[in-house]
Design a protein around this ligand. Structure first.
Ligand code: LRH
Ligand code: MN
Ligand code: MN
Length: 430
């Protein structure tokens, strides 16, 4: 039996208060879309079936490398974090899965499964952490992990990833995401070729231990914590990794891990074309790996990424099922509010991309009509799809207005009374 954190009365009040206006707006949008030959019901059904996983580390207040200001009622550990993740799902109905980070979330798999089941949640990709030292480990990752010059350090990092797979198997996960911070701060500090050879050999050992129905995601990032060179720095290197390892290996695209102005949607298209797009870490950025809320800075870019995903769906690309996950850090907002807003923005980009007239776009491309091609995308992007998003939530038992309902529920104040302030917690500067 699934228990709920947000009372049925809160959802009922939300539907009561906002239901009539939504009905009118939904109908009006349906009529508008029908004039362009689009059936609103088919769009709503697709949106309702679209889910994005929340990061366990995202529900705690993050911080920067300068300071961390703890929030009220922060989760004290993974079980509190799962409660907060359940709130996001109850209100948005868009986030039924949680992505764990080990060792931050290390716990008895039986207890994790029981807790998740009681909340109606499942587990998405496991994330390993060899970018910081755990208290009980023998060797430090100060100078790298999977690409370290010393075999003993690499072996320890491989072992940690195998442990993540074992825990993931026990809780029903089907993927492992590996991001390493390995790299160098000074020219000459490390040998580019040798360090990448060592990384590939270590990843091959992890790949060997992967169950048949699992996928291995390698995640690239241009820089940070290494500031001169990074071993897995871009999608080209990432593609080489996935291609070298084998058919269960894919590239993970974190939207904040590229140089400013990089054409990320084009990277997505390339990875789709060559069958190596594993999934996403959604977030937004202005300067670097800012981990801001999805769609907060560049909503058009988010739409353009989804345009590529919907295009692939439309073309019937084989075995196309990228993992959708959020990876954000919240410093000045309530993490639950940010994650709800992000899940909705991600669904919004998907809904807008579903409205693109693909036949018209393809015609304009063939005729080299640049202006009309751009207008075709803009027309879809400019459509206010909020009634579709709200209706999908309402039908699934979520809130028409998740943010207002969350505030009305008093959940954070309740947690502040139950949970003392914590200083630590995963999701700092990464
Ligand atoms: C690295 C990263 C990676 C980590 C997470 C905490 O910047 O994006 O995905 O696992 O942050
Ligand atoms: Mn990430
Ligand atoms: Mn990151």
């Amino acid at each position: 039996m699934t228990s709920t954190r947000i009372g049925a009365d809160i959802i009922a009040a939300d539907h009561e208060r906002r239901g009539a206006a939504l009905k009118t707006d939904y109908q009006a949008l349906g009529e508008k879309l029908a004039r362009s030959g689009i059936d609103i019901e088919s769009v709503t059904a697709k949106v309702a079936a679209f889910f994005v996983a929340v990061p366990s580390w995202g529900v705690g207040t993050g911080g920067t490398r300068f300071a961390r200001f703890p929030g009220e009622g922060e989760p004290r550990g993974i079980f509190d974090k799962l409660d907060d993740c359940a709130v996001i799902q109850e209100l948005t109905r868009a986030t039924p899965a949680v992505s764990l980070h080990i060792p931050w979330d290390k716990a008895d798999p039986k207890l994790l499964t029981e807790k998740a089941e009681s909340l109606g949640l499942t587990f998405d990709a496991m994330n390993s952490n060899t970018f910081s030292d755990a208290t009980d480990q023998a060797h430090s990752y100060k100078f790298g992990s999977l690409s370290h010059t010393q075999a003993a350090v690499r072996a320890q990092a491989v072992e940690h990833n195998l442990e993540c797979i074992a825990l993931g198997k026990a809780i029903g996960s089907k993927a492992l995401t590996v991001w390493i911070g390995d790299g160098s701060n000074f020219p000459g500090q490390s040998h580019f070729t040798r360090s990448f050879e060592r990384y590939l050999a270590a990843m091959a050992e992890i790949y060997k231990a992967l169950p048949d129905d699992w996928r291995l995601f390698s995640e690239h990032k241009m820089y940070e914590p290494a500031f001169y060179s990074t071993v897995v720095q871009d999608w080209g290197t990432n593609y080489l990794i996935a291609n070298t390892l084998g058919e269960k290996a894919f590239c993970l695209v974190d939207l904040g891990h590229h140089a400013p102005n990089t054409n990320i949607e084009m990277i997505v298209a390339r990875l789709i074309q060559f069958g190596k797009l594993g999934g996403f870490h959604f977030n937004d950025s202005k300067y670097g790996d800012d981990d801001l809320d999805a769609g907060a800075i560049e909503p058009y870019r988010l739409f353009l990424v989804f345009n590529e995903l919907v295009d692939a769906e439309h073309r019937g690309v084989e075995a196309f099922h990228p993992a959708h996950m959020i990876d954000q850090s919240h410093n000045v907002t309530d993490p639950i509010e940010s994650l709800m807003a992000s899940a909705n923005e991600i669904r919004r980009a998907y809904a807008q991309a579903l409205l693109v007239d693909r036949a018209a776009l393809s015609g304009f491309q063939e005729e080299n009509d640049a202006l009309m091609a751009s207008e075709t995308l803009k027309r879809a992007y400019r459509t206010d799809v909020e009634p579709i998003l709200a209706e999908a939530r309402r039908r699934a038992g979520g809130a028409i207005d998740p943010l207002a309902s969350y505030r009305a529920s008093g959940y954070r104040a309740r947690m502040a009374a139950e949970r003392p302030k914590v200083q630590g917690g995963g999701g700092g500067i990464v």
